[in-house]
Ligand binder design. Sequence first.
Ligand code: PNW
Length: 483
Amino acid sequence: MNRRKFLQTSGLSLGAWPLASLLPAGARAQPLQSAAQPSSFPKGFLWGSATASYQVEGAAHQSGRGPSVWDTFSHTPGKTFNGDTGDVADDFYHLFPNDIKLMKGLGLTTCRFSVAWTRIFPGGVGQPNQQGIDFYSRLVDALLAAGIQPYCTLYHWDLPQALQDRGGWENRDTAKAFAEYAGFTAGALSDRVKHFMTMNEIRSFVELGYEQGIHAPGLRLDSQRVAQLNHYAVLAHGMSVQAIRAHGKPGTKVGIADNVQGTVPVVEVPKHIEAARRAMREQNASFLTVIEEGRYTDLYLKRLGANAPKFTAEEMQVIASPMDFVGLNIYQPTYIRADDSETGYAVIDPPSSFPHMYSPWLYVGPEVLYWAPKLVADIWKVKELYITENGASAADAIAPDGEVYDSDRVMYLRNYLTQLHRAIAEGVPVRGYFLWSLLDNFEWADGYSKRFGIVYVDFATQKRTPKLSATFYKKVIRDNLVK
Ligand code: PNW
């Protein structure tokens, strides 16, 4: 965009541009780095929060909801911290009108939520449950009435238990069932919801749920079975993209919420940048790479050898069904250095002194919020990106004066958002940011012991107390600027 065009679209007069003429020509072409607006985000940038059905809703047995693998898993002794379950969680099912007021008060312009498959199809397939549809319909209406754009995830790990009983993601029929549910739900909501994400973090439920056994359904399968069910999961994504297009109203946009492994060049010099670029494709070979490219990388297939998944050419085409946008869930960085190996790169394991947040895996590396969207946009020519999750756990406590001073989360958010701004200023097409999360909630195997909210929840009383980070985020949104 030339300078004149920017001035017209931004509404800035030449008088408000005193330093522009002093800047070198290259810098003048980058309006976001101007002196007038040192670090503002683009006009209309969406600021939101993200949640997932099982982590917040509660009302586990209400209005015809069927059991999911997470009900079974959390009720199995020894599987979650303290035996915690999502039976009640934040009781968002009943309290959402109040929580939407909180969102509005903070100035949020968007909200990412997920639909519980078993509220719509209690047994995974069969007859839809009208009460389940009605709940999400009311939720969407309330968001829109508050001026908040709904972004809907169709699968955030709560697989119907009835389908797990038939093999879960190891059974190819589950992909078909998912596409039917996704198409049906998009058909019911797309008169008001314009953006759907098929799945949340395929890597997480495949690896944590079916390989390491620390998430539902708690299995430890060998690598051949894991690779095959991973294939059915990405196939389910592709089939559901097509189903959403077939059943959604015109203008419905489809994407994914992917926890791409965010590769970061350990030092920003050409050889490590090139290594991070290669690593982005290889480290995500059976997730975003296959979805974007329609083929597994040679190195992925070579590494698995006889354990590689069986697939057909037709399946590969379905997996790569074009999306309208890509959502990235970004937390910890993966630092990459160049080396002489076959891959051309090596992953640097975090030294024991590497700083992390309250979750031991959540290493703090703000540059990942620059590099992940930048590399994804560069490699796969993605035109519309969202950060569908970013946030941090902290050991929050209510201070004697009743406040929660989560200065660590504020530090984290400030640094990550500054790096996101850097990417946007360079033209990376990130359109919105969803903070994980508005409320403290059921953090899977960690139960209620790890808080990610910018609003503190007393789980005994359901009282909400906005933390210092909520004040910080409110100011970021109000000013459209990070300081
Ligand atoms: C994401 N890891 O999960 C999920 O989408 C959310 O449901 C979750 O609450 C949030 O991040 C915070 O954990 C992750 O071990 C779970 O690297 C585990 C990891 C990453 C993301």
